[in-house]
Write a protein that binds this ligand. Sequence first.
Ligand code: 5GP
Length: 184
Amino acid sequence: MIAKLVVLSGPSAVGKGTLASYIIEQNKDYELSVSATTRSPRPGEIDGISYRFVSEDEFSRMQQSNELLEWATVHGQHRYGTPRFPVEKALAEGKNVVLEIDVQGAFQVKKSFPEALLVFVNPPSFEELEARMEKRGTESPEDKLRRLETATSELSQADSFDFQVINDEVARCAQEVVDLVKSN
Ligand code: 5GP
């Protein structure tokens, strides 16, 4: 089977990270892409595993030297991007690669990798999304508001994705994504 590039996008706090980790843990032929970002680590996040935390200068250098498959400024604040080389290497080794990125980034990936599968992850409801953000408790009230505003605009672009799933229960939703990848 040909290895696939799977892009998971959706609003902040919808549980994309948990979903992506679950898929990787349960399926040995999947690898997760580690993004570069200019934002600071949250408590518990590890450099090189959660993200590659880089300076503004380093991120600019990566952009200029075409090291990023896609990149975007998210929530009008920090830059995030997908390092190109690890993705190409994993695909060449026959592994499916999961990208957990924002909506703008997803559309950029589709331009350079038209065969990528864009999957939009929906919350069961907007109220549930707010509750999950509240529970995570890592953002200031201003951050939360900004993320909910971004979420509204992201949810309105879901129809442009190849597929949509609802993250009601991680194991079930992860299986749905894996099944989609198998059959497409
Ligand atoms: P957070 O700061 O909560 O970790 O992530 C904020 C947003 O940035 C999330 O919507 C996440 O999907 C997105 N993001 C993370 N990595 C990348 C990336 O490499 N590229 C793009 N375009 N977005 C990313």
